[in-house]
Design a protein around this ligand. Structure first.
Ligand SMILES: Nc1nc2c(c(=O)[nH]1)N[C@H]1C(S)=C(S)[C@@H](COP(=O)(O)O)O[C@H]1N2
Ligand SMILES: [Mo]
Length: 258
């Protein structure tokens, strides 16, 4: 264990909670500040699990002053996000983007090519039928948006860690970045990219992803807040240079999850 880790662990639980409570009392919830506490972190510290709308709402109103370094410590790559039953799926599942639903990009699946770039030694251009032939996994998980809503959905696709190994990506690199058909962009840390619940999702609720939910593919991470989950991905790159993200570059927290 590094010295910095020891310092962080010695942080007083009570002080952290007092801090979160102080934030709760503030007139504006400052959810978009740089110091949003992680989902896993807050549930761990408060003992409340983020399994229903009430607890998620409590989380969304509790913002701490912890920095990214603390968040990185709170992130345990082995910790799994809760999963749900089919009966718990939110119908209809909400749409969200930086534009309205009718403006979602229409991507032509026949012409589509997923481009891999950066620290990747294997296949760099992928057509949809090749992607659909990859090993399939399903998840029913909760999507949490910082705007104050959450919903349970069912996504299908290929485990992203499997895909990164398949394309011979440098798994020691720091970041995986995403470029989207609507010019949205995001990036995540490699530990999250390799998390067993991180899915390169092609399907929603047993059907191909409709345009509004990110056709032809989105990255689905139940350990991250909604804005970290890019839809309409057209390029994936592996890099050691911090790529930022659409909302992060406007002040949202980069770690954005648990
Ligand atoms: N390409 C793209 N991906 C995006 C966004 C976007 O505007 N463009 N919005 C993000 C936000 S803030 C949320 S909450 C989710 C919404 O996903 P949904 O429409 O499947 O609910 O997509 C995320 N990924
Ligand atoms: Mo969001």
């Amino acid at each position: 264990m590094k010295n910095t880790d020891r310092e962080i662990i010695s942080l007083d639980r009570a002080a952290i909670l007092a801090d979160a409570r102080r934030e709760l009392d503030m007139p504006s919830r400052r959810l978009f500040g740089k110091r949003l506490l992680t989902l896993g972190g807050l549930s761990m510290l408060t003992g409340c699990t983020l399994t229903d709308d009430a607890s998620v709402n409590t989380f969304l109103t509790a913002v701490s002053r912890l920095n990214d370094r603390v968040q990185a410590w709170l992130f345990d790559p082995r910790q799994l996000a809760p999963t749900y039953t089919e009966a718990q799926i939110t119908r209809p599942f909400p749409f969200n983007a930086f534009y309205s639903e009718s403006e979602a990009p229409i991507v032509d699946g026949g012409d589509y090519r997923l481009e891999l770039s950066g620290l990747v030694k294997g296949q760099r251009i992928w057509r949809l039928p090749e992607l659909y032939a990859l090993p399939h996994a399903e998840q029913i998980t909760r999507h949490i948006c910082v705007e104050g809503w959450s919903a349970v959905g069912r996504w299908g696709g290929t485990p992203f860690g499997h895909f990164l190994r398949r394309v011979n990506a440098d798994l020691t690199a720091k970041y995986v970045g995403f470029r989207c058909a609507d010019n949205y962009y995001e990036s995540i840390d490699m530990a999250t990219a390799l998390h067993p619940q991180t899915l390169l999702a092609f399907d929603y609720d047993g059907e191909r992803l409709p345009a509004k939910y990110g056709y032809p593919m989105k990255l689905r991470m139940p350990t991250k807040l909604g804005y970290k989950n890019p839809k309409h991905i057209v390029e994936i790159f592996v890099t050691n240079t911090y790529p930022g993200g659409y909302w992060v570059d406007q002040g949202y927290n980069w770690f954005g999850g648990s």
